[in-house]
Design a protein around this ligand. Structure first.
Ligand SMILES: NC(=[NH2+])NCCC[C@H](N)C(=O)O
Ligand SMILES: [Mn+2]
Ligand SMILES: [Mn+2]
Length: 302
């Protein structure tokens, strides 16, 4: 049976410190996402974009956290609540939601909405750990906090709009890290999720690492969320991102990982985030995002 995939744009950029990632959903659509999804034997339906304010029309200091800095906290709460509802109702009709960011703060909404459908594992392909809280964040940008939010860490403990109780921490895996802040390092040591850095990919190879990551993510749960931050790839392959970090995975490693993801048939929902067309070259990062989405949903070379 052909799976219906619902494309949901979440055009935010207030979660990052560089403007322009709100144009990601358009760039990914123009790059041919629908055609790529058809070539993966799925039937795309485009739900358009959810409403998100521009950073310029908001007061960056609005926040309702007791300590620390989380810029555009109220806007994040409003947008992620709406996105979580959209993702949840998409799953109720048995469609697979693909959320187009936007900055990575949108994953608070997509994962929460996805986890509403029942126990969920997750794989976070990213250069960053996205585990900061308002008190530990060096930047105050919420795109560096979505995993802390979803797990209810620190100041997020009493923010029920942000937490995802059915996201199982023991089935959460971060892959490809190479830029980790001090407080994030401590959390990685203390908490129950699993982390694979780029060093592990260097020594063991992408296939072995992703195989183990998927085994952990699917151990005891039927389905996973895949969050693909395009800065996971090396900036030479994906220049159109706001927080590039050298030393990422190659084009072929990324495809290979997504093909392994598809082979599990366990994907409940997917994010494609952090594509910033104002920093891109000829939309190549958006095109890459469409190709990787197709691979993650089953497109094969032969
Ligand atoms: N989703 C991302 N690109 N996150 C980048 C986060 C960078 C840094 N760790 C911060 O918290 O500000
Ligand atoms: Mn990142
Ligand atoms: Mn990220």
């Amino acid at each position: 049976m052909t799976r219906t995939v619902r494309i949901i744009g979440a055009p935010t950029d207030y979660g990052a410190n560089r403007r322009g990632v709100d144009m990601g959903p358009s760039a990914i659509r123009y790059a041919g996402l629908a055609d790529q999804l058809r070539s993966a034997d799925t039937e795309p339906v485009d739900a358009g974009d959810i409403r998100a304010p521009h950073a310029e029309e908001c007061d960056p200091d609005t926040r309702s956290v007791p300590t620390g800095t989380a810029q555009f906290f109220e806007e994040t709460k409003t947008v992620c609540t709406q996105l979580a509802d959209t993702v949840e109702s998409t799953l109720e009709t048995d469609e697979l939601p693909i959320v187009l960011g936007g900055d990575h703060s949108v994953a608070i909404g997509s994962v929460r909405g996805s986890a509403a459908a029942g126990p969920l594992g997750a794989i976070w392909f990213d250069a960053h750990a996205d585990l900061n809280t308002p008190a530990t964040s060096p930047s105050g940008n919420i795109h560096g906090m979505p995993l802390a939010a979803l797990l209810g860490i620190g100041e997020f403990a009493d923010q029920s709009w942000a937490t995802a109780p059915h996201l199982r921490e023991e089935n959460l895996v971060l892959v490809g890290l190479r830029s980790v802040d001090e407080a994030e390092t401590r959390l990685i040591e203390q908490r129950d999720f699993t982390v694979f850095t780029m060093s592990e990919i260097d020594s063991r190879g992408i296939t072995a690492v992703v195989e183990e990551a998927l085994a952990v993510a699917t151990d005891g749960v039927d389905e996973i969320h895949v969050s693909l931050d395009l800065d996971w790839l090396d900036p030479t392959e994906a220049p159109g991102v706001g927080t590039p970090v050298r030393g990422g995975v190659t084009y072929r490693e990324a495809h290979s990982a997504m093909e392994q993801v598809a082979a599990t048939s366990a994907v409940r929902s997917l994010d494609l985030v952090e594509v910033n067309p104002t920093l891109d070259q000829h939309n190549e990062t958006a095109e890459l995002a469409t190709e990787l989405a197709a691979s993650a949903l089953g497109k094969r070379i032969l």
